[in-house]
Design a protein around this ligand. Structure first.
Ligand code: CAA
Length: 407
């Protein structure tokens, strides 16, 4: 079985963001609830000209350019998203054209809430392992805009962005062990978005329980009843709808290894939990805290955060990854950081983009939400009116066909 895994990684996201403190003040909420209770600092806000397609293309082209991959090397393109732009036509086929990929490319979209990109990643690994790839790479892109609506409990857990990853049999960043991949599926109504709604509905507290149950199930399928995994790892990465969720997930992994669940009060006094969380998870959550929930890409955003801090001592070290998609489906797997991965730190670091984002005030944010609601039917949208300059943008729909233009 060839060694397969992640060969390139890149993030792209909207040019604007909202400070969580501004949102908290506008909603008459103590800012500590968002900053400490949820662990979020900022959230990326998409304008009407930035959609799932434009973010996917920007992330995809960065992954190809920054890692010297010729578009002709891509034989499979998968876009994982739960916020596509059409009920029928896949985001992936727009992305295929806009990235200039070869026509001899298998191209499709995967939807399973936040799980779509992990489904794409494991399907790409299977495609390579089966021999069908014939030396080519796959490009898997997670792209989403998390929208819950104004004044809802989910509002502080919004965000937007895309992560692109090339998958190959010579992974320069992370090899994934095919013998330690575990899956979990259960029909639950924890988070969903009916066809008629742009906004997600969530049974928020129940969704947290479903996430934690899925973690237990997928981990069991991946590694059985092992009680000493965490000690051997360098990082535990999770799907991060909000930063505090990663803490809850890490607590559950510690409980699994301890063989018992503990109360909230006990958790607060459990020094080993805090030590383990500070060593294995907290250092890689800074991008998630600054960008918010990007659904399919949020686990891989934590991976970018880890790899942008990796030095050569990280080579050969093992990392766990947990992807959760409401509804629900999940995968738990173990990856090994590649020799030389640290050479790519600058190539995958999105700091420059984040430092040039524009801060929105609450009125601008609320106005954008309303404008985005109507954007699908607008005939002409002007990116400069949203402060956008260089890049690929959605510029309106003519004869029911979406139009994209590079500026
Ligand atoms: N200072 C510090 N902390 C405070 C505080 C204050 N003043 N006030 C409250 N808090 C704490 C609370 O104690 C709580 O922490 P714990 O969970 O550790 O107890 C935290 O802040 C949040 O408070 P609440 O639970 O009262 O918040 P809420 O009821 O308003 O909603 C939420 C929180 C359920 C996450 C909501 O934002 C939501 O529904 N989000 C969308 C659903 C979601 O993200 N689910 C995650 C799992 S599903 C998934 O992962 C898929 C996906 O991407 C959607």
């Amino acid at each position: 079985m060839p060694l397969t895994g992640i060969d390139a990684l890149a993030f792209a996201g909207p040019a604007s963001y909202l400070e969580m403190t501004d949102l908290a003040r506008a909603r008459n909420v103590d800012p500590s609830k968002y900053l400490v209770g949820l662990g979020q600092r900022r959230m990326a806000i998409a304008t009407p000209c930035e959609d799932t397609v434009t973010m996917a293309v920007e992330a995809g082209s960065k992954a190809l350019d920054n890692f010297d991959i010729d578009p002709g090397e891509i034989g499979t393109l998968i876009v994982g998203t739960e916020t596509g732009v059409d009920h029928s036509k896949p985001v992936a086929v727009y992305v295929h054209e806009l990235l200039g990929l070869d026509q001899r490319c298998r191209t499709f979209e995967t939807k399973h809430a936040c799980y779509g990109a992990m489904a794409g990643l494991t399907a790409s690994m299977d495609w390579i392992a089966s021999g069908r790839a014939r030396g080519r790479k796959a490009l898997v892109i997670a792209s989403d805009i998390a929208r819950y609506g104004l004044n809802t409990a989910g509002e502080p857990t919004q965000g937007a962005g895309a992560v692109a990853m090339a998958v190959s049999d010579t992974p320069r960043l992370l090899a994934i062990d095919p013998a330690r991949i575990g899956d979990y599926t259960r029909q639950v109504m924890d988070f969903w978005r009916p066809l008629y709604s742009k906004y997600a509905f969530a049974d928020g507290h129940y969704s947290i329980e479903c996430y934690l149950d899925a973690l237990v199930g997928a981990r069991l399928d991946a590694i059985g009843e092992c009680s000493e995994l965490l000690e051997s790892l360098t990082a535990c990465l999770y799907h991060v709808p909000f930063v505090k969720m990663a803490f809850k997930a890490h607590q559950r992994q510690m409980e699994i290894e301890l063989g018992t669940q503990i109360t909230r009060e006990q958790a607060a006094r459990w020094q080993a939990l805090d030590d383990s969380y500070q060593r294995l998870t907290a250092p890689w959550l800074s991008l998630n805290a600054d960008i918010g929930n990007i659904y399919t890409g949020s686990l891989f955003l934590a991976l970018i955060d880890l790899l942008r801090q990796a030095d050569n001592a990280f080579a050969g070290r093992e990392v766990s990854l947990f992807s959760y998609g409401s509804g629900c489906g999940a995968t738990y797997c173990i990856g090994t950081i590649s020799e030389g991965a640290d050479q790519w730190r600058d190539a995958l670091d999105p700091s420059e983009h984040l430092s040039t984002r524009r801060q929105l005030n609450i009125d601008e944010y609320e106005a954008l939400v309303l404008e985005t609601d109507n954007a699908d039917r607008q005939e002409k949208l002007e990116p400069s009116s949203f402060g956008l300059k260089d890049g690929l943008f959605y510029v309106g729909t003519r004869d029911h066909c979406r139009q994209y233009q590079r500026f």
